[in-house]
Write a protein that binds this ligand. Sequence first.
Ligand SMILES: *[C@@H]1O[C@H](CO)[C@@H](O)[C@H](O)[C@H]1NC(C)=O
Ligand SMILES: *[C@@H]1O[C@H](CO)[C@@H](O)[C@H](O)[C@H]1NC(C)=O
Ligand SMILES: *[C@@H]1O[C@H](CO)[C@@H](O)[C@H](O)[C@H]1NC(C)=O
Ligand SMILES: *[C@@H]1O[C@H](CO)[C@@H](O)[C@H](O)[C@H]1NC(C)=O
Ligand SMILES: *[C@@H]1O[C@H](CO)[C@@H](O)[C@H](O)[C@H]1NC(C)=O
Ligand SMILES: *[C@@H]1O[C@H](CO)[C@@H](O)[C@H](O)[C@H]1NC(C)=O
Ligand SMILES: *[C@@H]1O[C@H](CO)[C@@H](O)[C@H](O)[C@H]1NC(C)=O
Ligand SMILES: *[C@@H]1O[C@H](CO)[C@@H](O)[C@H](O)[C@H]1NC(C)=O
Length: 691
Amino acid sequence: MAAIEFGRRRIFILIASIGVLILLFNVLSLTGDDVSSQVSRLHLPGRPRPPIAAPEEPSIHPSQGEEEQEEQENPPELDVDIPDSHPIYGLRLEADQRWREYESGRSLTFRQTVEKYRRSHGRHPPPGFENWYKFARKKMVFNIDDFEQIMDDLRPFWAIEPKTIRQYAAHMWENPDHGIAGIHVRDHKVVNLTNRSWRSETMQTVIEKFVEFLPDMDIAMNRLDQPRVVVPWDDMQSLLAKEYETRALPAEVMDSFTKQQDYLLNTTVQKPEDDTSERIDAEWFPRPGKQYMELASLACPPDSPARSNVSVARADAMYKHDLGGLITNFTRATDLCTVGPAIQDLHGLLYSASSIVASKKLLPVFGECKVNINSDILFPANMYYKHDDRYDYSDSEDLAWEDKSDTMIWRGVTSGGVQTTENWSTMHRQRLVQLLNGTYMSTTGKEVSVISETPQSSRAPTLNKTYENFHRFQPSLFAEQHTDVGFVEAWGCVPGDCAFYNDVFTFKPQTSLTSQFRDKYLIDVDGHSFSGRWHAFLESKSLGFKATIFREWHDSRLFAWRHFIPVDNRYDDLYSLLLYFIGYGKPGIQRTEGDDYANGDVYMASHDAEGKKIARQGREWAKKVLRREDIEVYMFRLLLEYGRIIDDNRDRIGYSEDGSKLDKFEDEAEEGSGSRWGLGKIFGTKPPKAA
Ligand SMILES: *[C@@H]1O[C@H](CO)[C@@H](O)[C@H](O)[C@H]1NC(C)=O
Ligand SMILES: *[C@@H]1O[C@H](CO)[C@@H](O)[C@H](O)[C@H]1NC(C)=O
Ligand SMILES: *[C@@H]1O[C@H](CO)[C@@H](O)[C@H](O)[C@H]1NC(C)=O
Ligand SMILES: *[C@@H]1O[C@H](CO)[C@@H](O)[C@H](O)[C@H]1NC(C)=O
Ligand SMILES: *[C@@H]1O[C@H](CO)[C@@H](O)[C@H](O)[C@H]1NC(C)=O
Ligand SMILES: *[C@@H]1O[C@H](CO)[C@@H](O)[C@H](O)[C@H]1NC(C)=O
Ligand SMILES: *[C@@H]1O[C@H](CO)[C@@H](O)[C@H](O)[C@H]1NC(C)=O
Ligand SMILES: *[C@@H]1O[C@H](CO)[C@@H](O)[C@H](O)[C@H]1NC(C)=O
């Protein structure tokens, strides 16, 4: 009797649970992803509690109609947040957590922004800050505080006389061997581009959006692909110490720049030789064909792997996971002081750069990219601003995730460094193209390491999953089915005909950027310098993978594992990553006698929905923080800070008020749009008006 009653109760509970489940599914299919990921974090009895039960991202900007629509076409992604001992699960949680802190720590008002500025930098904001703030808010900047890159780049210049900086900037363009262009602002106009190129013309277009707020200045812009300034570690430490000493917050300062300063370029002269003003030697030295790490390590901390005898294994442990060598800290993975010794013969810039012209002096050189040891002043690459079909995102062939192929694509030319018969094969692009070439991997019998579910775990699906490294994976069949990589053209060889590639590579036809979005997985690697496709890759519905040694203006805005997949410059993690998203093999329990596996028990479940989710997060994010407007806001702020650094009165100018003057400006914005600069919705200052 008791047994039967128990049975009935069980049936009742079962029916009730099914009811609840159906209800849940209905809710999910109506509201899309936001709810689904919260639901999957509900604590179900008998399941381990997920480590971090934070809310999923709220929608930030009102204009998300398109994304919501995209989402509703597809069923909710239920599998995404199920706790798992695979390292990617933990890495994604950490990234989400850091991203949430980034988002919730933002200043919401001018008062907060100003206060935070003073707290972080020990100085008043520069003159014109109020105008910059208004400009940035009107352009709907996402994080008004995140301009740390600018502050870091300019910090050491506080230790140098303003007129010395001006003198350098005025004249560095004059020697054609030095690879510098000049942009010259006078009387609120860009009056001269010296040694102009499309790059300085693009910069001029950006500057003209806010030039009315800028003081007279000369800007020296790098014309070479490679970064320029390498200040030795000890010199840099004393520059930074001096900067620290000069920090001060005087009660009242002038909110305007100094006029009529000397040591700017005399723009009325016709020829540089007619200009008799005093120059300082920038001490440029060319450095062809030498190991870059010999120079770079001068700028590294003495205890870093680049300057001490830390083994590669110990250095790896600082930013790679034991399983699969997955990147646990992308900042470190791109830090030459840490990774330099391991990759110095594996990246073209590091052992075969085409044109290094460097200086050990702190020079005000604006550059589109640098490696972490450089002191170039970063600005958003001109290619990201200019409209160019080769690099601009277009959706014409960007399919929905489900319609894309389960393939990783890469196309490019053989750039990266000077290539010779002896040393092309260890360059970063060439290694990638061979590693993902199934024919090459099979004819050479090369094996790679991958993460696999342990055989015990894949045979008993009720256990928690466990994973291990499998070091003898033969990738050729998988590569044939899931990769499409190749060069479209060879150049940069010595001798110039690149004949040594004839038996090695098959050149593929040119593929437009947008047609690459027919594939789910895009990998982006460096060329001679940074890769200009990255913004478009992020904007696409495909999932971007990134290996690089370069730093760019946007780095602090992009979160590895949330917006893109980080890849080691050696690519030793690449097959683990591909197997994870695409899936490989069958779990032990489903195998039958006849199944034949070249790779033994290797099994990895597909995480397609996770790939889709990260791709979507990257896309939505790129549309918020990598827009042309964001580039304008960044440049405006950069040039205000630069304008102050070169001002003889830099310790006595700035914005010393409390910021309350803009309360009204912000209230008006709130009334106008229903949310303050697109922020109100999250912080609930006022409910958004119905669309
Ligand atoms: C400007 O750059 C070109 C190379 O693009 C060089 O030939 C020319 O001499 C440079 N002019 C000056 C004044 O440096
Ligand atoms: C600039 O150059 C012009 C022509 O060479 C000269 O007349 C003028 O005095 C110079 N201006 C300054 C401020 O040196
Ligand atoms: C700046 O532009 C003016 C007007 O186009 C020109 O006369 C002058 O030579 C230029 N100055 C320099 C340094 O190129
Ligand atoms: C280098 O290694 C040796 C022996 O392993 C050790 O004694 C020494 O302290 C190390 N030097 C540095 C700079 O780490
Ligand atoms: C990554 O390493 C850097 C040091 O290079 C450190 O400052 C940073 O906090 C680390 N980031 C994470 C997410 O651990
Ligand atoms: C590339 O190989 C050539 C020939 O062995 C060698 O002379 C050259 O130094 C190498 N380049 C670099 C930068 O290592
Ligand atoms: C599964 O993992 C959780 C936490 O990670 C642990 O508490 C539980 O005991 C594990 N279950 C089994 C069957 O190993
Ligand atoms: C792939 O490798 C094979 C064998 O090395 C080679 O013949 C072929 O050209 C390579 N394919 C591409 C696209 O480079």
